[in-house]
Design a protein around this ligand. Structure first.
Ligand code: FEO
Length: 389
C-alpha cells in the first residue's frame, strides 16, 4: 500500500496485516490488524512516527524509498509491532535519531540492541520544532507498558497515540467509517491489554483533556476524525462503576453444569440482569475479555475433574485475574461426581479480583429441584447486589 495523505504534508504509512490471526501467541485477531506509522515532513526536520512489525518492514521501506532524509523516528512504545523495524530505518538513515521517553530508551536498547548514541530521551511536556511544525511529547505510562507516550502536533491538532485508543482492525478505510465495528475492536483491544491499568489510563485521559484534538491517529486501526467517540468510550470503560451485567464462563463435560448455567442465565434474565454466557471449550477469549470490561458479577461454571475445576477454567480464571476487571461479585456453579475442591481452587486463582464471593451452588451428579432453588437464590442475590451499584 502507498503512503496516504491525512492532512496537508502529513502522511499515513505502514502496513495492513489482513491475515494475522494471533498476537503474542495468545490474543485472537478475528479482524487482522494494522501497524500505522506516520510521516511528518517539517520545513527544517522530518519525523517518522513509529515503525511497523518487523514482518512488514519491506512495506515501510518501500514507502520511504524516495525520501532522502529522516531526522527523527519517534518510538512511542518499545513493543516490537511498532519498534521492530526501527533498526532498518536507522540503517537507511544513518543520521536519524530515535526519540523516546527515558524508560523507552532503556527498553529499546534492551529489546532491539540499538546503540545508546542513536537516542534522544524526552521529558514529559518537552517540545521539538520541525520548523513550521511543533511536536509536544506527553508521557502516558502503562498503556500498556511502562515507557509509553503520545505526541501532539499543535498546528494540525493531531494526537499520535500508538496503542492508546487503537484497534486490531484491518481495513482500507483511513478514518473510522463504521463506529459500531471499531467500537467492538477497540474495546477488545482495551480489554485484552489495558484493562489491568485502568486507573493510570484514567489519569492519562485527564492529562490529554488540555489539548484541542481534531484527529486521533493510533498505530493500530483507523484514525478517529471524531475523537469524542473513542474518548467517551475510554471514559466509560475505565470508570470504576460496573454495569448490571453478569458474565458466565463455563465448561460442561456431561451436561450437568451446562443445565445449571442455562437455568441460572434464565433466572438472571428474568430479574433484569444482562448476561453473557461463554462455553470455554469453544469461545474466543477476546469476546470474554470484552464482556469483563463492564461486568459486575462473574459466575464460573465448572465440572469437577480430578477433584478440582476443569483445566479450561484454570486458564480462564487466571486470565481474568491478570486482566483485573472491575467486577464486584463472583460465584461458582457446577457439578461433581463424588468430591470437589473446585470452589477453593478457583478462589485461590483470582486474588487480584476484589470481589465478594456469593454462595456457590455445586450439585452431586445431575441437578435436582433443590439445586434449581439454590440457583434461584443466587440469581436473586446477584440482582439485589446489582441494585446498589
Ligand atoms: Fe501495538 Fe503494545 O503494541
Amino acid at each position: 500500500m502507498q503512503a496516504r495523505q491525512i492532512r496537508e504534508n502529513i502522511y499515513w504509512m505502514g502496513a495492513v496485516d489482513w491475515d494475522r490471526r494471533l498476537f503474542d501467541a495468545l490474543i485472537p485477531l478475528p479482524d487482522g490488524t494494522s501497524y500505522n506509522a506516520y510521516l511528518i515532513p517539517g520545513s527544517d526536520k522530518t519525523v517518522l512516527v513509529d515503525s511497523v512489525d518487523p514482518t512488514q518492514a519491506d512495506a515501510l521501506l518501500a514507502q520511504l524509498h524516495d525520501l532522502p532524509q529522516v531526522d527523527y523516528v519517534i518510538a512511542h512504545h518499545a513493543e516490537q509491532d511498532h519498534s521492530g523495524s526501527i533498526p532498518v530505518v536507522l540503517e537507511r538513515y544513518p543520521e536519524a535519531r530515535v526519540i523516546a521517553t527515558p524508560k523507552g530508551v532503556e527498553m529499546l536498547i534492551d529489546h532491539l540492541l540499538i546503540p545508546a548514541e542513536r537516542f534522544v530521551a524526552v521529558e514529559d511536556g518537552e517540545t521539538l520544532s520541525l520548523g513550521d511544525k511543533t511536536l509536544t511529547f506527553i508521557h502516558t505510562p502503562w498503556v500498556h507498558w511502562p515507557e509509553t507516550m503520545v505526541t501532539y502536533l499543535a498546528q494540525e491538532r493531531i494526537l499520535f497515540t500508538c496503542d492508546f485508543f487503537g484497534s486490531h482492525l484491518a481495513t482500507s478505510d483511513l478514518y473510522v467509517t463504521d463506529e459500531a465495528r471499531v467500537y467492538e475492536a477497540a474495546k477488545r483491544y482495551y480489554a485484552e491489554i489495558m484493562m489491568p491499568f485502568r486507573r493510570i489510563i484514567r489519569r492519562n485521559l485527564d492529562k490529554l483533556q488540555g489539548y484541542q484534538v481534531d484527529l486521533i491517529a493510533p498505530s493500530h486501526g483507523p484514525i478517529y476524525d471524531r475523537p469524542a467517540f473513542i474518548l467517551d468510550a475510554y471514559r466509560d470503560w475505565t470508570s470504576e462503576t460496573p454495569k448490571n451485567v453478569a458474565v458466565i464462563p463455563y465448561v460442561s463435560t456431561h451436561g450437568s453444569t451446562a443445565r445449571m448455567v442455562e437455568y441460572l442465565v434464565g433466572a438472571l434474565t428474568e430479574k433484569g440482569v444482562t448476561v453473557h454466557q461463554f462455553d470455554l471449550a469453544v469461545t474466543d477469549i477476546g469476546k470474554l475479555a470484552i464482556a469483563l470490561v463492564d461486568a459486575a458479577t462473574i459466575v464460573i461454571g465448572t465440572p469437577t475433574i480430578h477433584v478440582g475445576p476443569h483445566p479450561a477454567v484454570f486458564y480462564a480464571a487466571h486470565l481474568a485475574n491478570l486482566l483485573r476487571p472491575k467486577a464486584r461479585f463472583a460465584s461458582i456453579v457446577g457439578s461433581y461426581g463424588w468430591n470437589s475442591k473446585a470452589v477453593e481452587q478457583i478462589a485461590a486463582l483470582i486474588p487480584n479480583l476484589k470481589v465478594e464471593l456469593l454462595e456457590p451452588v455445586l450439585c452431586k451428579g445431575h441437578p435436582r429441584e433443590s439445586d434449581f432453588v439454590a440457583l434461584d437464590r443466587l440469581a436473586a442475590e446477584v440482582a439485589e447486589k446489582h441494585q446498589s451499584l
